[in-house]
Design a protein. Structure first.
Length: 105
């Protein structure tokens, strides 16, 4: 896939096992931040996305790596709660969390 601003190349595994998080990150071009989806068992800082309407339990009470929760409702927790409908607020939190907020354009 390509555009005026970036390009991406997708690879087929063709029966090989799924990449580990470390293997996937090694294949990235140098970057300041990689956002990944999945890898719930990896010991990395995580942002939980929670919608009560989905009916699944919260993850953060059992996962100490979760640093904040983005949700579309009210939530009683000691963690920072981010408005799921406000991507700028979520992005600002992430950038501050990894000390990149001064580089944001």
């Amino acid at each position: 896939m390509t555009s005026a601003a970036r390009w991406a190349l997708q690879h087929e595994l063709r029966g090989r096992p799924e990449l580990t998080l470390d293997e996937a990150l090694q294949r990235l071009s140098p970057c300041d931040l990689a956002l990944v989806e999945g890898f719930k068992g990896s010991p990395i800082p995580k942002l939980e996305v929670y919608r009560e309407s989905v009916g699944k339990p919260l993850l953060h009470p059992r996962d100490p790596e979760i640093v904040a929760v983005a949700t579309d409702g009210l939530l009683a927790t000691a963690l920072p709660v981010l408005p799921l409908g406000d991507p700028d607020a979520v992005a600002t939190f992430i950038l501050r969390q990894v000390s990149l907020e001064t580089r944001r354009n």
